[in-house]
Design a protein around this ligand. Structure first.
Ligand code: F6R
Length: 618
């Protein structure tokens, strides 16, 4: 949440910072701002509430120049999204500016203390409090060393007094061409260029300038000039780091010919699913190869329980994973919402394997769950998309999704990549236990066939658009599915509500008669995920129950299941596949349904209100 970009070099910083913020807008889009140092006697500070374009327009009338600057796009925590609350914030002297991603929990007593010492605050934010605190520490260092060493010492001292999470970038007018960054709990990446260096919350912000990146660890402090950088521990000790080569290109994070990232990412799924299983299928063993798990065959055999943790869409993928692992490997599996896992003290014995699932690899609740499990001495694995992210680095092993950057705030391709990798895990564990060679081969064959089947479903986009347009006035929607497709129903409902702001809820179909059926009416459509599987007849009975109460029905079923035409108002056919893989196909029409619905309602599908892509606050 919140995006930070910092630049120090020889070029004009404003276009670089704005371009970087554009890439990070999915992390927050309540307000944006930049601060530059250009040799003048004041910091060039420009900030505006609302989308980045407001700031852009403001800069046309009131340009800011300089080759050293910091910038921010905000997801509001303390104080509403106003110009005053937008970052960067300055200190009491107005000579120091800082941006922040995270939350300072003890900001109120710090603020009260500074108010008593005569400070005046312009905003309601916790960030301004820390800017003042660093400024105060900087003044206390007067006479000790250069402005640069004073600034480093001041950042250290101030951070020592706060509790909370932060990724920060700071600069001072006395030290032009010098940036200080630090992180604890919120991501920060250093980009290394030629005669220029960068700081950012995510590499996507700087990838068009450099592919050499250093992912900072918690408690790291970095200082940068155009030609040099240094990384230390916040206490002043040495810090280990490594320079990584970023895998994806700048184009991968561009919209191309698509009107929205969400649509682009939905259409990328044939490739992203293939990337999730490429090189990981073994025909000889009729199994999967997941070397990144860092577990020996005997350790894999000893696992007698699995706990999968995630939030939102990742939680839904974990639910599919539970069905997959229990069906294919017969290992008892539990799914936990990360934030619940962290605080609930689940009993875990030594053969329990904990898996954290996260697209961004930065979700604070999932990271906290990982740390809690590791603190108890458990080996924790990660299923992560963002290479170099905190969860990826702090896991004992895991599997990368290789889905490429997911920029649309609503998760789409990450869900199918997560489910694909969970299917590989279930296959691997299953083949070490009960699954026969023939069963393993069938699963491999069906996994390989998925990309083409998804391609086929994507050709139905216009058909699904027409269905969506029939229900634009509906107040809400119900999503119903059974077994493997109960989580698919939850995911379909989440997609609908988060981007179109109508109420939508997902349920196990049989739960209808236990209360939900009270919501069925002529204006409330029910979306049934009812592929041709062992429970098709049961789903059909539930559809009949809805129809008997005049509820419109959109049914997703398997090709050939023409009886559905008789009872449902609209039918979307998906190709046949194994029951355990069916969520990978059934979710695609649901993604398209929510996309077309939201677009037709005029909603901003890539940046839905109140949301952010990477949730780094509790
Ligand atoms: C929904 C969505 C969120 C995320 C959740 C976890 O479309 O995007 O529910 O799935 O915030 O994010 P990651 O996977 O980055 O941990």
């Amino acid at each position: 949440m919140c995006g930070i970009v910092g630049y120090v070099g020889t070029r004009e910083a404003t276009p670089i910072l704005l371009e970087g913020l554009k890439k990070l807008e999915d992390r927050g889009y309540d307000s944006a701002g930049i601060a530059l140092i250009n040799g003048g006697d004041a910091i060039e500070l420009r900030k505006k509430s609302g989308r980045l374009d407001n700031l852009r327009r403001h800069l046309v009338n009131d340009p800011a120049r300089g080759a050293c600057g910091i910038s921010h796009t905000r997801w509001a925590t303390h104080g509403p999204p106003t110009d005053e609350n937008a970052h960067p914030h300055t200190d009491q002297s107005g000579l120091l500016a800082r941006v922040h991603n995270g939350v300072i929990e003890n900001y109120q007593p710090l603020r009260d203390g500074m108010l008593a010492r005569g400070h005046t605050f312009k905003s309601q934010t916790d960030t301004e409090v820390l800017a003042h605190l660093i400024g105060e520490c900087y003044e206390a260092e007067a006479g000790a060393g250069t402005p640069e060493t004073r600034l480093i010492a001041a950042v250290r001292k101030a951070l020592g007094q706060i509790t909370g999470a932060y990724g920060i970038a700071v600069m001072h007018l006395d030290a032009p061409g010098f940036l200080v960054g630090a992180r604890l709990g919120s991501p920060l990446v250093v980009g290394l260029g030629k005669n220029e260096n960068f700081l950012a919350s995510d590499v996507t912000a700087i990838i068009s300038h450099t592919s050499r990146a250093i992912y900072l660890n918690d408690h790291d402090l970095v200082y940068l000039t155009a030609s040099d950088f240094n990384i230390e521990n916040i206490e002043g000790g040495t810090a280990a780091y490594e320079v990584s080569q970023v895998e994806f290109t700048a184009e991968a994070a561009e919209l191309g010919d698509y009107p929205h990232f969400m649509l682009k990412e939905i259409f990328e799924q044939p490739v992203s699913i293939e990337n999730a299983f490429r090189g990981r299928l073994s025909d000889e063993e009729a199994s999967a190869k997941l070397g990144g798990l860092n577990l020996s065959p005997s350790e894999l055999r000893d696992i007698d329980r699995i706990v999968l943790c995630g939030c939102g869409t990742a939680f839904h993928a974990a639910m599919v994973g539970e069905y997959l692992i229990e069906t294919l490997a017969r290992i008892p599996t539990e799914v936990e919402i990360s934030s619940e896992f962290r605080y609930r003290n689940l009993p875990l014995d030594k053969n329990t394997l904990v898996f954290t699932i996260s697209q961004s690899g930065e979700t604070i609740d999932t990271l906290a769950a990982l740390r809690e499990a590791r603190r108890k001495g458990h080996r924790v694995l990660g299923l992560v998309n963002s290479v170099g992210s905190t969860i990826a680095r702090e896991s004992d092993g895991g599997v990368y999704l290789h889905a490429g950057p997911e920029i649309g705030v609503a998760a789409t391709k990450s869900f199918t990549s997560q489910v694909t990798t969970l299917a590989l895990l279930a296959l691997l564990l299953g083949r070490m236990r009960h699954l026969s060679l023939a069963e393993g081969r069938t699963i491999l064959e069906e996994i390989r066939a998925l990309p083409d089947k998804v391609r086929q479903i994507l050709t139905l986009s216009d058909h699904i658009k027409r269905i969506a347009e029939c229900y634009l006035d509906c107040p809400g929607m119900l999503y119903l599915g059974r077994q493997f497709n109960y989580p698919t129903a939850l995911e379909g409902a989440l997609k609908m509500k988060e981007i179109s702001y109508i109420y939508a809820s997902g349920h196990a179909s049989a739960e209808l008669k236990h209360g939900i059926i009270a919501l069925v009416s002529e204006t409330c459509p029910s979306v049934f995920i009812a592929p041709k599987d062992t429970l098709l007849e049961k789903n059909i009975s539930n559809i009949e129950e809805v129809k008997a109460r005049k509820g419109p029905v959109i049914a997703i079923t398997t090709e050939g299941c023409t009886e559905m035409e008789r009872i449902a108002d609209h039918v979307i056919y998906i190709p046949p596949t194994l029951e355990c893989l069916s969520p990978l196909l059934a979710v695609i029409p649901l993604q398209l349904l929510s996309y077309h619905f939201a677009v037709a309602k005029g909603c901003d599908v890539d940046k839905p209100r109140n949301l952010a892509k990477s949730v780094t606050v509790e």
